[in-house]
Design a protein around this ligand. Structure first.
Ligand SMILES: C[S@@+](CC[C@H](N)C(=O)[O-])C[C@H]1O[C@@H](n2cnc3c(N)ncnc32)[C@H](O)[C@@H]1O
Length: 297
């Protein structure tokens, strides 16, 4: 099949992809309103709780968010926050604010998404003090860059870019002081699936070529990492992740809503996976960066 190019921000197919960030945040907003986990910031991106979602969807999001957070926090702790995080296709994600509240802020937290998604996110940050205050508090000078299309502060930066255009992505991130020498965590939560295999492979290759000590966490598709220059890769399907999450909390959320069709949840969770890949020149120790220390896996 011929490659589609050039890609523009006005492409209709891309518009549908951009809309997926609302779907993800709407589901997260609903699940948090039910008490599956706490996120005091998602309300500033999705105003109303919206339509009820089925319990298996809520449990699926619970496993996704807790599983991703587990790996992310393990990397940040292992590097004692002396690292950077790049969330690729971050959408309206609120992880930066959680990390700030939990004293787990990396040196710098970067987010990338299409320019129109970024513009919407920046508008919300600008107009909602609970979102903008933490940025101002963690910024040392008066010169915080906050215009319609970019936001750059000492600890948090949002970049509008197309992940399929690697040289532009690389250039923009470096302009905002991305440091290839620092241990780096790359996160794609439900993002690579919207790209062709060769486009996502170029992105994963770029990450392997750019950073010598890094972890890449990907929710959704397995494989691909070993072929793309990563030293070590692992994947767990979400049913397994669900079974190794702290079981007292799993018992708590299972009491929140009655679930009739347990098999449906099982089928749903088995369909997805979290995959993580590691390059470890600085010898952080890959054994402690997966799920092993909570599960023995
Ligand atoms: C399903 S949403 C997930 C958002 C967020 N990671 C989460 O889990 O809440 C997918 C996100 O990836 C972004 N995305 C997909 N392809 C992209 C591309 N080529 N360039 C930039 N962003 C992209 C979309 O705009 C959207 O915000």
């Amino acid at each position: 099949m011929a490659a589609r190019q050039p890609f523009t921000d006005t492409d209709t197919a891309d518009e549908a992809v951009r809309a997926t960030c609302d779907d993800a945040s709407i589901c997260k907003r609903f699940a948090t309103s039910k008490g599956y986990w706490k996120d005091p910031y998602v309300q500033y991106f999705v105003r109303s709780v919206g339509e009820r979602k089925a319990p298996e969807i809520n449990r699926g999001y619970y496993a996704r968010v807790q599983g991703m957070n587990h790996l992310l926090d393990a990397f940040i702790r292992k590097t004692e926050c002396d690292c950077q995080v790049i969330s690729l296709g971050a959408g309206l994600d609120t992880t930066f604010w959680r990390l700030k509240d939990e004293n787990l802020m990396p040196r710098k937290y970067f987010e990338v998404d299409f320019p129109t998604v970024v513009a919407r996110k920046i508008h919300n940050i600008k107009t909602k003090p609970p979102l903008s205050k933490p940025l101002i508090e963690t910024h040392s000078t008066d010169s915080l860059l906050l215009d319609g299309h970019s936001l750059d502060s000492d600890r948090y930066c949002i970049v509008g870019a197309d992940l399929r255009d690697i040289s532009n992505l690389d250039e923009k991130l470096k302009k905002f002081q991305l440091n290839p020498e620092l241990p780096t965590l790359l996160v794609t939560e439900c993002v690579l699936v919207y790209m062709t295999p060769s486009q996502s492979s170029r992105l994963v290759h770029w990450a392997a070529d750019t950073f010598h000590t890094a972890m890449f966490i990907n929710y959704e598709q397995k494989e691909r990492f070993l072929k793309a220059g990563w030293e070590h890769a692992d994947a767990l399907d979400m049913m397994t992740v669900y079974s190794v999450l702290p079981q007292d909390d799993v018992t708590r959320i299972e009491r929140l809503e009655f679930l009739d069709e347990k098999e449906l949840l099982q089928q749903l969770l088995q369909h997805y996976s979290i995959c993580w890949a590691i390059k470890d020149k600085l010898k952080l120790g890959k054994g402690q960066l997966g799920f092993s220390y909570i599960s023995g896996i």
